[in-house]
Write a protein that binds this ligand. Structure first.
Ligand code: ADP
Ligand code: ZN
Ligand code: ZN
Length: 727
């Protein structure tokens, strides 16, 4: 009889022991009884003697689902690190790491697929007859070198080319179980045209070439458009040629077809893509092909960090400062930190790239923990965008835009160029209030003002997404004079139509462009110069290039200067710098204007005059002086409940426990930045310590006591390690 330790997907911070007739491999899935249910768990170990007093009470494993591990040793180590570091339930960690279909117990082996192969008597076919159909020719050549192509692998040639080959009887499609081939891309890989790297790029590439087969983290700090992606491309080339796989993480919104095709085109291989809109089946296929070593390059968003790799060569995190790499619910992991952990386990290099590195990463680079690689100039001689502050004090404001700003916009528009206006709020206005008594129309569930959406003629709460009809009278005094306060994208759009009649305009926010396709269509129309005025939110700051934009306008930067979140200035500086990088590419130099009522604010002055790099180094000094991360470690305990006393008292109880036993510095409990959401009051307790390990040790010891607090089962509470968001 063997005692098997199983990670069962329940929210409990422990492993469960089951019995089985023999030992089992780690990483194998098993079906186990859990109360009245049957759950799919993962074996993490076998113990010969159980510490349970009455072993006869142990239940037996019901069935073993795999012959071989579905989670390899490196990923299992990563899982262990995750549940220890984030103090999370092991079963939930392992479930998060597996594709959905495998969580449900389905087979990890490939199913029959429509495979494309050359018709057997192909010797008689002269491929040169396809010379006028380059896609067909490329596809036929790939078939010649690599036997069969699965549906995913032939996507890059396009469906029409495949159809034509079948019609010409050059190729046939048969349902076959795909045989994944390790380093299969070597058959077809062909390096396309590439620019000669400039001096800084060469230095970076050479440094990365020296890191093969060893663990090292490098931060590539390069201004927008300086050729970071080109460095990635040239740095991974020798690794790919050596049969090694590359895993690239990108922000959710940065994963565009253009990004993927840039890698496909350079190497002539197909790239595995992983993002949140993929079907479960497609996701499993990429998982299978990556695991078999068939895919040379895998590009994906946050959770792609869990993709198994047979022969890993390098990990890359692009736009490493992006907030989407931190999961904000459930298992609150940071994919960048996990990537470092994983690279170390594989003994391979990790490359982090950004124009606006996170202060955490910059600190690691400046203290020589990371290699620091810098690109200070835009590639190909393009000029950088000049930044200025526009003093809005005492100026007439039209639809949120100062008079002086309008004249600058007019100049760029009459020169035939595009102007981008950034507004940080979608909707018409962030609030509606009574002109007579001042009462604001608020969402009762969140105690926050509703945002006015004139397009839909409704009010929407941006905290709980609840909506209601537009009121015609004040609820307090019944006056019918309701007015809006503040400015959102809809209002700016409407205002600009009035101010610039006849100028074609487009609005880009999550209301106007639902779905990835709509966004890409709009972006392409912009680059075809179908519009001259672009109004939008954050979406505009990520990854897209607007070669015809010569003016970027940022309305209302003041909010971030006075935020209670100590990361707000960093986020503002990143946003502004990323926005500036969208404009004035190639031959068209650009300028950026930030509209503010605080033109002498040192942060804005520093950012505009000295750039992000300087600002970030100064901000690090301020963090050090104020004893804030990255110079200290933090975790947050959040609690929410419909009864605010319950949530508050729970956190008071937590505080008492830490006070009793450990030297942890505590702040709070105080209300979260969003004090109430969906009818629940929200509080947090911020715990800090100079050093990470004593802080984590304190939490580990305290957790059972926190769980035993009387309010613990009545409130919703969670632990967030290294929090990045205090909302
Ligand atoms: P980033 O990733 O830093 O935004 P990219 O790698 O996308 O920068 O480069 C910006 C543009 O400059 C691209 O069109 C790229 O092809 C071009 N480029 C990059 N490196 C060079 C180089 N050494 N010489 C000429 N053009 C380059
Ligand atoms: Zn009123
Ligand atoms: Zn609400």
């Amino acid at each position: 009889m063997a005692y098997i330790q199983v990670a069962v997907p329940v929210p409990l911070r422990q492993l469960f022991t089951y019995t089985h007739t023999s030992t089992l491999y780690r990483g194998v899935r098993v079906s186990v009884p859990f109360g009245p249910r049957k759950l799919v768990g993962v074996v993490v170990g076998t113990v010969l003697e159980s510490d349970v007093e009455d072993v006869s009470k142990l239940k037996a494993i019901e069935s073993v689902l795999d012959d071989n591990a579905v989670i390899d040793d490196v990923l299992l180590k990563m899982a262990q690190w995750l549940w220890q570091y984030y103090h999370h339930a092991p079963g939930e960690v392992l479930h998060a790491m597996l594709p959905v279909l495998l969580r449900k117990g389905e087979s990890p082996n490939p199913e029959p697929d429509d495979m494309l192969s050359l018709t057997s008597d192909v010797e008689s076919i002269d491929l040169s007859i396809l010379s006028r159909a380059p896609k067909q020719k490329a596809c036929a050549e790939a078939l010649e070198k690599g036997d069969m192509l699965a549906s995913a692998a032939r996507k890059r040639f396009g469906a029409p080319a495949v159809k034509a080959l079948v019609e010409k009887s050059v190729a046939t499609i048969t349902a076959t179980i795909p045989q994944f081939k390790c380093a299969g891309w070597l058959n077809t890989m062909e390096v396309g045209e590439k620019p000669i790297p400039d001096k800084e790029q060469s230095v970076a590439i050479a440094a990365l070439n020296r890191q093969h087969n060893s663990f090292a983290v490098s931060l590539l700090e390069g201004v927008t458009g300086s050729g970071k992606t080109e460095v990635y491309l040239q740095a991974i080339e020798p690794l790919l040629a050596d049969g090694k796989q590359i895993l690239i993480l990108v922000p959710e919104i940065g994963l565009t077809p253009q990004t993927v095709s840039r890698f496909e085109k350079r190497f002539g291989i197909d790239v595995g893509v992983l993002h949140s809109q993929l079907s479960d089946k497609a996701r499993l296929q990429v998982w299978q092909r990556a695991r078999a070593g068939e895919l040379g390059i895998i590009i994906g968003t946050r959770s792609a960090i869990f993709t198994p790799l047979k022969n890993p060569g390098m990990l890359i995190v692009d736009e490493e400062h992006d907030e989407s790499f931190k999961q904000q619910d459930g298992l609150r992991y940071h994919a960048r930190d996990l990537a470092a952990m994983r690279a170390k386990q594989h003994n391979i290099p990790l490359l982090l790239g950004s124009a606006t590195p996170a202060l955490e990463s910059l600190n690691n680079a400046l203290s020589n923990k990371y290699h620091h690689l810098q690109l200070t100039k835009r590639a190909g001689g393009a000029q950088s965008t000049h930044q200025h502050l526009l003093d809005a004090r005492d100026q007439p404001i039209h639809y949120g835009i100062a008079q002086g700003m309008l004249s600058i916009m007019r100049q760029h528009i009459s020169a035939g160029n595009q102007v981008l206006v950034f507004v940080n709020r979608r909707g018409y206005a962030p609030a509606m209030l009574c002109h007579h008594c001042g009462e604001t129309v608020t969402c009762k569930r969140c105690d926050r003002p509703y945002t006015v959406h004139k397009g839909q003629n409704r009010l929407q709460c941006h905290h709980c997404s609840g909506t209601r009809a537009m009121p015609s009278n004040c609820e307090a005094c019944h006056s019918s004079e309701l007015v809006t306060a503040g400015t959102g994208t809809e209002q700016v759009e409407q205002g600009l139509s009035a101010l610039f009649p006849g100028v074609k305009q487009v609005r880009i926010d999550s209301d106007s462009v639902r779905g990835k396709d709509k966004l890409h269509q709009t972006l392409e129309a912009i680059n075809r110069q179908e519009y001259q005025l672009l109004v939008g939110t954050q979406i505009l700051s990520k990854g897209h290039h607007f070669p015809h934009v010569t003016l970027v306008v940022v309305l209302d930067v003041d909010g971030a200067l006075f935020s209670a979140d100590f990361r707000a200035p960093e986020k503002l500086a990143q946003l502004v710098t990323q926005l500036a990088g969208r404009a004035g590419r190639a031959s068209k130099p650009g300028e950026m204007w930030l509209q503010t009522h605080n033109p002498h604010h040192p942060l804005l002055q520093d950012l505009v005059n000295n750039g992000y790099g300087h600002f970030a180094r100064l901000a690090l000094m301020e963090r050090k002086a104020a004893s804030l991360p990255p110079y200290i470690s933090q975790f947050v305990i959040r609690a929410e409940a419909t009864d605010s006393h319950l949530a508050f008292n729970f956190l008071q109880g937590c505080k008492g426990i830490f006070n009793q036993h450990h030297a942890v510095e505590m702040n709070g409990p105080f209300p979260c930045l969003i004090e109430k959401r969906q009818g629940r009051f929200r509080f947090m307790l911020v715990c800090s310590h100079q050093k990470r390990s004593p802080l984590h040790e304190a939490l580990r010891i305290a957790l059972p006591f926190l769980q035993a607090l009387p309010q613990a089962i009545k409130v919703r509470w969670s632990v967030d390690i290294d929090p990045t968001d205090f909302s």
